[in-house]
Design a protein around this ligand. Structure first.
Ligand code: B12
Length: 234
């Protein structure tokens, strides 16, 4: 069984791009220099992010398979962060206080310190004109409820990479409902370990493992809100 999984991982790795392979093999310098070169040549940054994300997923598989350990997870995480720092200036930002499309709180719940995916989502949302309140990682659930009360956002986005966060996220959603704060709030959940079952379990409205899909969801809902408002609906 384990041999089969190993062969499968090696097959996927061999079919991946050089950038993805270098990230998996923890070739820090090669990863960064290839990204620099591709950005200078004008390549779409989102495509580069996608290849890096694939690399991280495969590092995760190797970890699960006991081929890699915590040190390798950390190294790949650091390389990914540096890669994003190179890419971000090419994404730009076009939000000013006057053209905010909507407000969104992003958070990773207590016990979970993974933040690479959440940071990408935050960047892409800002790029599309959303005001992002990033509460960070390892956040106490009570703070989330307080912040929703205070900021009254259009969206609340949970980024979850550890299964242990499912119950606290569910309890936050329950608390928001009890406090009457749920009706005008759309709740999203994302992160490599989430799926539609997790969405239903915690009581969220939307789930994805693709930041661009999350941004699209926010844009579509905001557009619909504007139309309904114009017709006197809200
Ligand atoms: C890098 C990494 C780390 C780094 C994190 C560095 C950092 N600053 O984030 C470090 C080394 C710190 C780490 C530590 C640990 N990790 Co870790 N880690 C990973 C790894 C390899 C990659 C995660 C990642 O960043 N991927 C790249 C990003 C870009 O992808 P993403 O998060 O999915 O985000 C994308 C989308 O999902 C989406 N998205 C993300 N959030 C949201 C939110 C919303 C609202 C929306 C719309 C979209 C969205 O946008 C992103 C871009 O498209 C994963 C493997 C995996 N398969 O995910 C394991 C993994 C998550 N880790 C795991 C584990 C077990 C741990 C440790 C417990 C290990 C240990 N023994 O200590 C610790 C826990 C630390 C803690 N308390 O949180 C397990 C979790 C298992 C589980 N079921 O709970 C995984 C799945 C590995 C595995 N296969 O076993 N880890």
């Amino acid at each position: 069984m384990k041999l089969g999984l190993n062969i499968f991982i090696h097959l996927i790795v061999s079919m991946s791009s050089i950038l993805t392979q270098n990230l998996i093999e923890l070739e820090h310098d090669k990863v960064l220099s290839e990204i620099k070169e591709r950005l200078i040549q004008g390549e779409e940054p989102i495509r580069i992010i996608e290849e890096c994300k694939q690399g991280m997923a495969l590092v995760g598989e190797k970890y699960k398979n006991n081929e890699y350990f915590l040190a390798e997870l950390m190294l790949s995480g650091e390389t990914f962060k540096e890669a994003m720092a190179l890419i971000e200036p090419y994404l730009g930002e076009n939000t000013t206080e006057d053209n905010i499309k909507g407000k969104i709180i992003l958070v990773t719940i207590q016990g979970d310190i993974h933040d690479l995916g959440k940071n990408i989502l935050a960047t892409l949302l800002k790029l599309e004109g959303f005001k992002v309140y990033d509460l960070g990682v390892d956040v106490n659930p009570d703070i989330v409820v307080e912040k929703v009360k205070e900021i009254k956002p259009d969206f609340l986005g949970f980024s979850a990479l550890l299964t242990m966060t499912f119950d606290p996220m569910k309890s936050i959603v329950d608390k928001l409902e009890k406090a009457g704060l749920r009706d005008n709030l759309r709740i999203m959940v994302g992160g490599g370990i989430t799926n539609t079952l997790v969405k239903d379990y915690i009581g969220a409205d939307f789930q994805t493992v693709d930041a661009m899909e999350g941004v699209q969801y926010c844009l579509e809902l905001i557009k619909a809100k504007v139309v309904i408002k114009a017709r006197g609906g809200i």
